[in-house]
Design a binder for this molecule. Structure first.
Ligand code: NZQ
Ligand code: ZN
Length: 385
């Protein structure tokens, strides 16, 4: 196990009815800017619940944050926040709204020339407006982490930043708000959570017993409840609650402690979204089996452990590694997610653009372990055609 510092200050309000408690945690006397997406919260009653809970608070709204939130849109929100003298941000939505709001929080008082540098160059953020979240889509873990992924439409770049100042002050997680999610988004959320765990678990660090068993617990939970969530005609509260908590635990820093993380699948997946607008979860379902195949010798010990503990595959079987990869891909397919680039009309031209982009960035390894790098990224993607 590696040395580590673990810090997570996010207060979680979990369970049915918890939105009503927001008023106790929003700082008094501040103008609140409520941010949201394309309008799902107005159809499923979440907007009304939040507004009721904020009775007596001065609220400004900023809607229209799109999936894979655009820098261009977020800069308009920054202008609104400055003009209105906002002091607190409340994100109501999925990962895109929460990530976008983290960027707004960091950009609003940013003194550098161009806030895009926060993402593009990792320029340090010295101050951020406080924010909180009402989560409506379990997937990203953004409700309990300090990362955000922002897309710049004009240049088709999708990049992440991390900063402890943008941890939400609190996040509300009411499983009943997920009842209105379409199956496609539920499937995306299960896949995203699965792959978050893999990025931190399917790595090279040894002697991480606690982290490994936490990770395997999350993966097994997803394997058990994922298909039920997709196929159920009526949502089951307990399944939704477990899914929601699994997604948070998958990316709130807990399973990352003491390990060298990877994130190669995400790095490659972000490029597919940047060039083709594919859903984040879909890109991961396409790329992960290719990354596992390319790394199966180097990471063999962990792959066999994963196969045995998550899928019950005999590690002494000659094809145990291949079975583990195949079971993973079949799991994604069982959720209704197609896992080939060809299924989405993506071909060689994009693969070459992606390879070029990684080379131009000048970093050899694509993730945290250099068995996925600029020399094999093309082959990985070709194997997924
Ligand atoms: O915009 P609205 O109308 O709200 O509709 C959204 C959107 O169309 C809809 N939706 C959300 N909650 C709903 C709902 N529809 C009905 N009922 C509900 N309760 O779902 C659609 C997708 O929403 P989005 O927020 O884009 O999805 P997700 O939560 O998967 O977030 C994806 C973004 O998060 C980033 C991704 O790259 C992507 O940009 N990630 C953020 C991470 C982080 N902050 O740590 C890590 C992840 O790896 C990921 O990269
Ligand atoms: Zn993800």
């Amino acid at each position: 196990m590696e040395n580590f510092v673990y810090y997570n200050p996010v207060r979680i309000l979990f369970g049915e009815g918890k939105i009503a408690e927001i008023g106790h945690y929003v700082p008094k006397g501040m103008k609140v800017m409520m941010t949201y997406g394309g309008g799902s919260i107005k159809k499923n009653g979440v907007y009304d619940q939040v507004m009721k809970a904020l009775t007596g608070t001065d609220v400004v709204e900023f809607g229209g944050i799109e999936p894979n939130p655009h820098y261009e849109t977020l800069m308009k929100a920054v202008e609104t926040a400055r003009r209105e003298g906002v002091g607190f941000l409340l994100a109501v939505g999925g990962g895109s709204v929460i990530d976008g709001t983290k960027f707004i929080a960091a950009a609003v008082g940013y003194e550098g020339e161009d806030p895009w540098n926060i993402v593009a160059k990792g320029t340090p953020v010295k101050a951020a407006m406080p924010l909180a979240a009402v989560l409506t889509l379990p997937a990203t873990g953004s409700e309990m982490n300090c990362g955000a992924v922002i897309t710049r439409e004009s240049t088709r770049e999708k990049l992440a930043f991390h900063c402890p100042l943008v941890f939400p002050r609190f996040s509300v997680m009411d499983p009943t708000v997920t009842y209105s999610l379409p199956k496609r988004q539920l499937a995306n959320g299960v896949v995203d959570t699965f792959v978050h765990v893999m990025e931190q678990y399917y790595t090279m660090t040894e002697h991480t017993e606690i982290q490994d068993r936490f990770s395997e617990g999350i993966l097994r939970t997803l394997v058990a409840i994922g298909p039920r969530i997709i196929s159920a005609d009526t949502p089951d509260y307990q399944d939704r609650a477990n899914f929601m908590w699994a997604a948070t635990m998958g990316l709130n820093g807990l399973i990352a402690v003491g390990v060298v993380e990877d994130w190669a699948t995400h790095q490659i997946g972000h490029e597919l979204t940047a060039f083709h607008g594919l859903d984040h979860g879909v890109t991961l379902a396409i790329v992960l089996p290719g990354v596992m195949e390319a790394t199966k010798e180097h990471r063999r010990r962990k792959l066999l452990q994963f196969g045995e503990r998550v899928w019950g595959i005999d590690p002494t079987a000659a094809d145990a590694a291949e079975q583990a990869i195949a079971r993973t891909e079949r799991f994604f397919n069982s959720l209704g997610v197609k896992t080939r680039l060809g299924d989405y009309g993506v071909g060689m031209e994009t693969i070459e653009r992606i390879e070029r982009r990684f080379r131009d960035r000048g970093r050899y390894a694509v993730g945290g372990i250099d068995d996925v790098n600029v020399d094999n990224v093309k082959a990985i993607l070709v194997s997924r055609l």
